[in-house]
Write a protein that binds this ligand. Sequence first.
Ligand code: FMN
Length: 191
Amino acid sequence: MELDKAISSRKTIRKFKKQNVPNEYLYKIIQSAMLAPSAKNRQPWRFYILDDKQKEDVTNMMYQWGDEYKHIHTSIKGSANQMKTANKVIMIFTPNYHSKNKKTYYKKPDYLSLGAAIEHMNLKCFDLGLGCTWICDTLYVADEISEYLKLDDLEQVSTLIIGYPEEIPERRERFSMDKLLLNDISKNKNT
Ligand SMILES: Cc1cc2nc3c(=O)[nH]c(=O)nc-3n(C[C@H](O)[C@H](O)[C@H](O)COP(=O)(O)O)c2cc1C
């Protein structure tokens, strides 16, 4: 698929068909993440694919958190509902340098690397005819998730929920170039 088409047509998909996403596709999605650039080539990404029981347990953690903190947070239950209907849930973790070695300077570049990897996954899903939502609402229960999966030395950073799309959403609005490009380059002298 043409890169331009993938970038301009990809949209977050929140409604999924029941159809099974084969493991072969999951390997392809993870392979696409493995090719992302990363600070000092640290490749700070690790992946865990939930089974159905784990998916139920994690969404219950999110519902519980949503009930407890409903005065400050409203979207976590919606994300949990979406996660329930997705055929596959890939959890993305990173080695927890922070608590282990106090090497906090790793953190920011590693988070940027993780974002690059997750966007590769997003685009690969689209390329394979799948839909996905990049979810960060799992972060509210990140420590509980790491403990539950016995991945205590890893930090949960994002979740990708995947399935065959059941909707074609409208393009979500984007800011204009005027707002985002902070200087006027039309008058720059090119050498
Ligand atoms: C870092 C990040 C975190 C996100 N977290 C959530 C989430 O927790 N729940 C959700 O429904 N969507 C989540 N999204 C999806 C965004 O809402 C979506 O990308 C945005 O509205 C733009 O829509 P588009 O992806 O269709 O262009 C997240 C996206 C990113 C990049």
